[in-house]
Design a protein around this ligand. Structure first.
Ligand code: C2E
Ligand code: CA
Ligand code: CA
Ligand code: CA
Length: 278
């Protein structure tokens, strides 16, 4: 069952955290694993709450290791960030997302995709030009692409991050601040960031229906974003009560298991067909 699987993953995760040998070997395998097709992108929709429409899908990486089984991104992405292997992950994710976007557009689905990028990607000066090349190769407008960057990534090297973000924004790519509310950015710093969207971390959203403090927090974050002229996405929306609260406080978009978890491209297309029929 799903639950057993979850427990299995949890045990596995603990083991992985303890054994640095396994961790190191995983990192040495990552580049090859990408080339061999052990990794997949899954896609999770962002619902525009007012319009009731899906315009953008977030790309979330999945690693099915031949020996270790499913390795959750929270287990290997932070390692990849430490060893710079993240650059290969990001390049692969961008290419895979653009290829899929192209496939969808050929089939008449005009989604946009949001790709997660790391702090290290922002100091890689070749990132904007490699993205421009991918957009050309797959004949995709820059407006179909969003980059999700964590708040901590932006704040850790604010000057360089700002430069990279400005370049991407000038190209017409949308920028989203991920895990918002978990870092320490001030209103003043935020105002300087060339971003379009704030993503409210699921830590504030998951128990919102039961937790008054979370509701106050989310309401405050939404109005902060509104004052800065930014749209908001709440992640971790698992029930209707939460969605209704988000609608009341004027949150722009919702993402979470209430709609669907992240799905492989084909399954997502089927899910979308069913969604747009209802
Ligand atoms: P994130 O970007 O904050 O993504 C949100 C996480 O919440 C995802 O976990 C998603 O599957 C999960 N989630 C979505 N809806 C719900 C819900 O209703 N309830 C609950 N409990 N969880 C929900 P996931 O896929 O395990 O990814 C974890 C993190 O790994 C991501 O957090 C992101 O930081 C990182 N990540 C994933 N894919 C990539 C990637 O391609 N590149 C990079 N750099 N990081 C990635
Ligand atoms: Ca994200
Ligand atoms: Ca998050
Ligand atoms: Ca995260």
């Amino acid at each position: 069952s799903c639950k057993d699987q979850h427990n299995h993953f949890a045990l596995y995760s603990k083991a992985l955290n303890k054994h640095s040998v396994v961790r190191l070997s995983l990192m040495s395998e990552l580049k090859g694993a990408l080339a061999e097709g052990q990794l997949e992108l899954h896609y999770q929709p962002k619902l525009s709450i007012d319009k009731g429409e899906i315009e953008t899908l977030e790309c979330l990486i999945r690693w099915y290791h031949p020996v270790h089984g499913f390795v959750p991104p929270d287990d290997f992405i932070p390692l990849a960030e430490q060893t710079w292997a993240i650059r290969h992950v990001t390049q692969w994710a961008l290419r895979t997302a653009c290829q899929q976007l192209k496939n969808w557009r050929n089939d008449g689905y005009h989604f946009g995709v949001a790709v997660n990028i790391s702090a290290i990607d922002l100091v890689d000066m070749s990132l904007p030009s490699s993205i421009a090349e991918l957009l050309r190769e797959f004949d995709i407008p820059a407006s179909a692409l969003t980059m999700e960057v964590t708040e901590s990534a932006v704040m850790s090297d604010a000057k360089n991050a700002l430069k990279a973000l400005n370049t991407l924004r000038t190209m017409g790519i949308s920028l989203s601040i991920d895990d918002f509310g978990t870092g320490y950015s001030s209103m003043a710093q935020l105002k300087k960031m060339p971003v379009d969207e704030l993503k409210i971390d699921k830590a504030f959203v998951l128990d919102l229906a039961q937790n008054q403090e979370d509701r106050v927090m989310v309401k405050t974050l939404v109005s902060l974003a509104q004052n800065l002229g930014l749209t908001t996405v709440a992640e971790g929306v698992e029930d209707l009560a939460t969605l209704e609260f988000l609608r009341e406080v004027g949150c722009t978009k919702a993402q979470g298991y209430y709609l669907t978890k992240a799905l492989p491209a084909e399954a997502l297309t089927l899910w979308y067909e069913n969604f747009s029929r209802n």
